[in-house]
Structure formats: C-alpha cells, structure tokens
Design a binder for this molecule. Structure first.
Ligand SMILES: Nc1ncnc2c1ncn2[C@@H]1O[C@H](COP(=O)(O)OP(=O)(O)OP(=O)(O)O)[C@@H](O)[C@H]1O
Ligand SMILES: [Mg+2]
Length: 233
C-alpha cells in the first residue's frame, strides 16, 4: 500500500528526518510515535508532497510518487488531517465537509456530506458553526472532511489531542471501523494508551530515525524506546 523507504529531509543544517522507512497496509492502523521534534509531522509533509524529500522513495501501491504534486497524491487516494486544526471556522460543520465533498466530485455532495457526518457520529452538529465546537468535535469534522475524497490511505496527525477520555475511545472505535472497511491509517499520536489499544503496528521515530518497529506490545518493551520516549511520556 504505502511504502516510505529511506526518506531524508533537511532544513538547512538540521536533518529533521534521517533515512526513515515505514509501511502502511490496507486494513491496518500503523502508529508513528516519538518525542516532540522527532520528525513525525515532517514525515507526513513529505508523504503528502508538501515538503520535498532530500532522499528516499515513497510508493503508493507500487507506484513511485516521490516527486508527485500534492493534489495528484490526493487523487491517488491519500488524505490527511492536521496537528493544528484547520477548519473554515466561520462555516457550519456541514459546509466544512461539503467543500471537500464538492471537490471530490463523486456523487451528490449533499448526500455524501450527510453520509460522512453520520459516519464519524456528528450529524447532530451539522448546522453548528465550526468556530463554536469543542476540540473533540472539531477533530471529527476534520476526519469527515479527509474521508470525502474516499481515500485509501489516511494520515492523522495527533487526532486525539484535546479530546477527553470518552471522545478518545470513540475516535479509536471509529478508526478501527475505517480500517475494517479497507483503509490504511497512519496515526501520529502522543496518547500511548490509544496507540497501544488500536494500532496493528507501531514505528518509533527519534531525532528523525526509526529506532523501533513492530507490534505495539513488542515495541513498548524495547529499552531504546523507553529511553527515547515512553519513559518520559
Ligand atoms: N519548516 C521548518 N523549518 C525548519 N525546521 C523545521 C521546519 N519544520 C520542522 N522543523 C524541525 O524539524 C524537526 C522535526 O519537527 P516535526 O514538527 O516534524 O516534529 P514532530 O515529531 O511532529 O513533533 P511534535 O510531536 O512536537 O509535533 C524539529 O527539529 C523542527 O524544529
Ligand atoms: Mg508534529
């Protein structure tokens, strides 16, 4: 599905991502964890084509997309949400999703909007202005919007940030449902209990390098991971 192979990103003298490789498969949630500044968001930016890679290869279903423009990657089935919420705050919840549904141009945008709001469980908020939403609901609007293009790969950058415990549990259930429908999800998240609960596979990034990779139960016990991250979480 999505293969990131030896990707490097430099900002001047800073190596933000240093030969990182991760994979995301259909039907699975791949967790990408690591301390602040490890390079997680930068890696998402490279995968989506917002940031050029200084080295390495990105493949989607075997096709090299390393040099492809962001909108072409989106057309091929890649979608994302942002660490810093990016909604149209003056628009209603429904209109935020409708904008994406219209851009997606498959089927009736109104019907697709209703379906997406229902899918993420916020139909009752359709007419609310986005600016008045609590963070938990706003993050779900972003997920609904990201789903409008019927992606095959969904990249989520700290979707549980600002969510309370019950919202986090509901988000986890939603993500499991999405992968059961065939999506590949890459989850950047600091909430370790969520990551350990719902991920099939976890990769740990530290100072731009992948220092561990495997099933969550294995990764969490590795000394290098505990030292770099879990011990201070
Ligand atoms: N546009 C930029 N210009 C210069 N340096 C940058 C830029 N974006 C990120 N960096 C640097 O790259 C490194 C990785 O940052 P990144 O935001 O990818 O980390 P992160 O793992 O997402 O952290 P967090 O958990 O805090 O979101 C950091 O050292 C950061 O300061
Ligand atoms: Mg980040």
């Amino acid at each position: 599905m999505l293969e990131v192979d030896g990707v490097t990103v430099r900002f001047g003298g800073v190596v933000a991502v240093d030969g990182a490789s991760i994979e995301a498969r259909s039907g699975e949630i791949t967790g990408l964890i690591g301390p602040n500044g490890a390079g997680k968001t930068t890696l998402f930016n490279v995968i989506t084509g917002v940031q050029p890679a200084a080295g390495g290869t990105i493949r989607l279903d075997g096709t090299d997309i390393t040099k492809l423009a962001t909108h072409r990657r989106a057309k091929m089935g890649m979608s994302r949400t942002f660490q810093r919420l990016e909604l149209f705050w003056t628009l209603t919840v429904a209109d935020n999703v409708r904008v994406a549904a219209e851009l997606a141009r498959h089927g009736d945008p109104t019907a697709l909007t209703e379906e997406l709001l229902d899918r993420v469980g916020i139909s009752h908020l359709a007419a609310e202005p986005s600016g008045s939403l609590p963070t938990g609901s706003a993050r779900l609007v972003e997920v609904a919007r990201a789903l409008a293009s019927t992606p095959r790969v969904l990249l989520l950058d700290e979707p549980a940030s600002g969510l309370n415990e019950s919202e986090t549990v509901a988000l986890g259930a939603l993500l499991r449902q999405l992968v059961a429908d065939g999506l590949a999800v890459v989850l950047v998240e600091h909430d370790m209990s969520l990551v350990m609960d719902i991920c099939d596979h976890v990769s740990v990034l530290d100072l731009g390098r992948i220092i561990a990779s495997g099933p969550p139960a294995e990764v969490r016990t590795q000394p290098a991971v505990i030292e770099a991250y879990l011990g201070v979480a």
